[in-house]
Design a protein around this ligand. Structure first.
Ligand SMILES: [Mn+2]
Length: 350
């Protein structure tokens, strides 16, 4: 039994490079996914939340998406609504199952009466198709009784991981589910018998160079096999800080025709280099970009911090660049450094 798992498609989202046409790219890759599913006789495609960026998506766009899914008669699509936050059991944001949910619109809910399109909601969280049961959870591990089916798949939109405020992924291991499809984080990650597929097609500008677009392929029998399949030609969006000649070289080497870069700041010394870079059609300067002049003590401070952050093993690798970027903005915008310093001492022991 084979299934594909995607999440966080965020249809309707735009960014500074793709103001209106990100949907065309997402749609083309959805077609790629479904063609592959058909070719490899994949039984199920799971969408673990945030299919749409918001509940106010035009019906015309949503219908185009559901019609595409419906057309692949041999593939069952199982969708759960997503959302950004859970407040006292109430989930809000993105395509959360609220009163004004896209999935409750009369013209949209009709699609879920077709044989191969299914939605799991808090009112209707379990579905069995042939010998496989699906159980939906929303920001929590679903606690249901096991059905009589052969395979059991959990689908959860929520934060699991080892950081503050996250649910320990070990708890996922101790459930009866054969596989747990997760959505919410936009970076793909596999742990044990669960996985985040990450954003289907990346759309946010981030510092992380290892963010990719793609999906998870799962075979359940004869034994569990979880595999990430990347779309190597999907667009990538990077935010870069140019604080040394080395950063410039690195940026040049990561540049491909599919990479779009926003420079969020640079040192004065690199001014000429930066204006050359900005002639490249895929590189732009952030609206609030900073410039650090050579004589600036901030630069020295920054190098010291960078060293501190990279040598501190308590700081998860994935967060280092983000923390640096955050500190950098702080240094530039808020010269009251002692406050930042106290915060860093308290939080990271720097
Ligand atoms: Mn999301």
């Amino acid at each position: 039994m084979l299934l594909y798992h995607i999440a966080d498609v965020h249809i309707g989202v735009t960014n500074r490079w793709f103001r209106n046409n990100l949907f065309e790219i997402q749609y083309e890759y959805l077609k790629t996914l479904y063609n592959s599913a058909e070719k490899h006789k994949v039984d199920f495609i799971i969408i673990a939340g945030d299919l749409f960026d918001s509940n106010s998506i035009p019906s015309l766009i949503a219908k185009k998406v559901f019609e595409l899914m419906e057309a692949y008669h041999n593939v069952h699509t199982i969708i759960i609504p997503g959302g950004g936050n859970s407040h006292g059991g109430e989930i809000t944001g993105h395509d959360a199952y609220t009163v004004d949910s896209i999935y409750k619109r009369p013209d949209i809910s009709l699609y879920f009466e077709s044989d191969n399109l299914h939605i799991l909601t808090p009112d209707n969280p379990i579905l069995t198709i042939n010998d496989t049961s699906f159980y939906a959870g929303f920001f929590e591990i679903p606690k249901y009784n096991k059905t009589k089916a052969t395979h059991h798949i959990g689908i959860i939109h929520g934060a699991f991981g080892k950081n503050d405020g996250e649910i320990d992924p070990l708890k996922l291991e101790n459930t009866f589910y054969d596989y747990i499809a997760l959505g919410h984080y936009h970076k793909h990650r596999i742990f044990g018998k669960s996985a985040y597929s990450g954003a289907f097609i990346q759309f946010e500008f981030t510092k992380a160079k290892n963010l990719s677009s793609g999906f998870i392929k799962v075979s359940l029998s004869p034994e569990l096999k979880i595999e990430y399949i990347e779309f190597p030609d999907a667009p990538r969006f990077l935010r870069a800080q140019l604080l040394s000649k080395w950063d410039v070289e690195e940026l040049k080497s990561t540049l491909t025709e599919h990479t779009f870069v926003e420079i969020e700041g640079y040192i004065g010394e690199l001014r000429a280099e930066v204006s050359k870079l900005l002639k490249h059609p895929n590189i732009e300067l952030a609206e609030d970009a900073f410039v650090l002049e050579n004589d600036s003590t901030s630069e020295i401070l920054f190098s010291a911090l960078k060293k501190g952050i990279y040598e501190n093993s308590d700081i998860p690798e994935d967060y280092r660049e983000e923390i640096l970027s955050f500190i950098m903005r702080f240094i530039i915008k808020k010269p009251n450094f002692p406050e930042v310093k106290r915060y860093l001492e308290r939080k990271y022991g720097l």
